[in-house]
Design a protein around this ligand. Sequence first.
Ligand SMILES: *Cc1c(COP(=O)(O)O)cnc(C)c1O
Length: 376
Amino acid sequence: MKNSLIFSRPIYVTRPLLPDLEGVFGKITETWNNKILSNCGPMHTSLEQELTKLLRVKHLSLFNNGTIALIAALKALDLKGEVITTPFTFSATVHSIIWANLKPVFCDIDENSLCIDPNQIESLITDKTSAILGVHVFGRPCDVQAIDVIAKKYNLKVIYDAAHAFMAEIDGYGIGSFGDITMYSFHATKLFHTLEGGALSCNNEILHKQLELYRNFGILNEEQVVLPGINGKMNEIQSLVGLENLKYLEIERNKRLAIYDLYVQLLQGISGISTISIPKNVKNSLQYFPILVDKDSFGCSRNELYLKLKEYNVFARKYFYPLCCDYACYQDINSSHITVARKIGDSVLCLPFYGDLLYNEVQQICNIISYIKQES
Ligand SMILES: *Cc1c(COP(=O)(O)O)cnc(C)c1O
């Protein structure tokens, strides 16, 4: 039985979206001819315009990656002291706070959304707190309304890491229209990518101008440099790959939507495995397919399932384990109150999820999980 379920080639958690080379070569030829390689050239301008519309945001600025974008966002808001954030995220979220010379304060997460728990934020606010940095984990949005109420009450800025939430919407509003600034990542592993890349969105015209200054060394014009900016510019090759990838976005999303539904349908019969539900008023970003493993009813732990899946050539990923608060470099930050995130961190597993995954492969992955359960 087991041998017949083993994949003959490795099945990874994701595969990059790759546009047709002909289209890419066409745009590279254009770029070679006009000799504009960076500094907000025509590919850059056109991608920025397309994404502003697609993401339903007021202002959008492209960056060379999401991490530099996030650091620029924190700098542009002129924050001081402490930033309350979640430990259940990719390292870049918390590292960015350090790079912006601020102190991260860890807040526990909500068991359903897996995002920062607004009910626990207030008790962490001190006179040093200047902002809340939430992450729309797996594209399921933070409780933006509750966070907004707290931010107004204590006069805090709100930044969102929407690296997983490309095209996510709440009640038809682009996810990037909430908070002061939202960061997107267009890294190769994300559904929409520019090889490496990122963006910031905001609603405020003056802030938008500041972000663009931070992106380009603080250069206002040929003779005036007004702030200590960084080089955050997306180049023309990155931009044109993005423009080509946009052509495949709807196809990729539709394929993922079908795979998503199939997973949900096949996994609901396996006790001990639960999926993350997306609220009805939210548009799914389809970035990941996470499951939660309940050791008692499933029969083995997430770690055991993760290791056993490898025997079948299935390479799932433990996003996000370990928690950021458990990194060696963040041991001096208090995390004794982090309990829900620890529980989730020990039970979450992201299954292979990308448009080219075949239905029978999804079926096989679910059969393997079922078989592992029987054997446990
Ligand atoms: C991918 C990712 C980032 C970092 O983005 P880069 O573009 O790789 O710098 C930040 N936060 C989260 C949650 C991510 O998944």
